[in-house]
Design a protein around this ligand. Structure first.
Ligand code: ZN
Ligand code: ZN
Length: 382
């Protein structure tokens, strides 16, 4: 029985996840369980085989050994599915002990409830640990948001420890099997309940579930394998961004471990309000106050836009709140050559103070306009 491929026995392929291995085992164990197959030596043998296979494949260390030897054996023998156990390692070395192993099945079944992820040790889970994303906010000026800007920021991120090569162990110190959990990364706890014995697994606190531990902890990262580091990062803010925009910088979050990807850095932009301009999408808005005579008679005025000063002709008789559109004088769009417009709203002001001569001229205008009105005699303001 030891020559059969353990994966084949469970009807699965190499590389199957621990959860799937467990599932496959449950299916097989159910099928060949002695209770369901009384007086059936074949089923009993099969049951032992699959249980044995599971015992190996559910144990990360045993599985790793099996995978190594197995694949080496398969390569040499050229036959797929050859067990290929080399050295003194044999599936039969695990003493199944008659039906003594059935208890293990119930343990396995009892372990199904709840979060199975937490019951797997880190060893069993994918080794790769991706780095965390980082977030920060950045204030930029109105014009910087419009035209884009290069910023240099100081960033505190977590990087893989270069001193210990992210092993957590001082250079020249060994990483050894954790004694507390015997390398499994999990600590078994057995509780007796009215339902029987319930076995729970929890992460080993000595090795944090990794099954191995540094003999001498790296001093730079205190065994954490990563450490915080201040870095200078150049950030290119593209043109056309607006308040609340988020810039994502790939790979500038924390570094991962065991080939886990780096996280991203998310920069939340806050655009400082401008004293001159407001913004609506890609249009820039501003107001200008003109004397009543300017709008009455018309004028050429200077308008400030984010692109510089422009001359705008105000036609005679321009009304208050009139909006002039200055084409392509707004915010450049991010991914195209398009540019928004500048919308200028005309405000009209009435002078609070006029002199005697002005008053006389105004009175002449009243006469000329044929207005029937009764002007104040001695205005507060003149
Ligand atoms: Zn280190
Ligand atoms: Zn441990």
């Amino acid at each position: 029985m030891s020559n059969k491929d353990l994966y084949q026995l469970l009807g699965i392929e190499r590389g199957t996840s621990p959860d799937q291995i467990k599932k496959a085992y449950r299916t097989m164990a159910n099928k060949y369980h002695p209770d369901k197959n009384p007086n059936n030596p074949e089923a009993e043998a099969k049951f032992k085989e699959v249980s044995n296979a599971y015992e190996t494949l559910s144990d990360p260390q045993k599985k790793q050994m099996y995978d190594q030897f197995g694949s080496a054996g398969a390569n040499m023998g050229g036959g797929q599915g050859a067990g290929g156990f080399g050295g003194g390692y044999n599936a039969q070395d695990f003493d199944f002990g008659g039906f003594g192993g059935i208890g293990d099945i119930f343990e396995t079944f009892f372990n199904q409830g709840g979060n199975s992820q937490s019951r797997q040790s880190k060893k069993q889970r994918q080794q790769a640990m991706p780095g965390e994303d980082l977030e920060m906010s950045m204030r930029i000026k109105f014009e910087e948001a419009a035209f884009g800007v290069q910023k240099t920021i100081k960033l505190r991120r977590v990087v893989a420890c270069e001193k210990c090569q992210a092993t957590g162990a001082e250079p020249n110190s060994k990483v050894v099997r954790c004694q507390r959990c015997e390398g499994s990364g999990m600590i078994k706890e057995v509780k007796r309940t009215i339902l029987g014995q319930i076995v729970t697994n929890r992460e080993c606190d000595s090795c944090r579930g990794e099954g191995q531990i540094a003999e001498q902890v790296c001093q730079k990262c205190t065994g954490q394998k990563r450490h915080a580091k201040e870095e200078t990062v150049k950030v290119a803010i593209p043109q056309g961004v607006d308040d609340g925009a988020v810039i994502r910088l790939r790979g500038k979050g924390n570094e991962g471990l065991q080939k886990g990807n780096e996280g991203a850095l998310y920069i939340h932009l806050q655009v400082e309000p401008s004293s001159k301009f407001k913004r609506k999408d890609f249009d820039v808005l501003s107001e200008i106050e003109l004397h009543i005579l300017q709008v009455t008679l018309g004028d050429d005025i200077e308008v400030e836009t984010i692109h510089g000063k422009e001359i705008l002709t105000i036609p005679p008789g321009t009304q208050p709140e009139k909006v002039f559109r200055l084409k392509n004088k707004g915010v450049p769009k991010m991914n195209s050559g398009d540019i928004g417009d500048h919308l200028l709203t005309i405000k009209v002001y009435v002078p609070k103070k006029i002199n005697k001569v002005e008053r006389e001229l105004y009175l002449k205008l009243v006469e000329e306009a044929g207005l029937k009105m009764k002007p104040g005699k001695s205005g507060l303001l003149w």
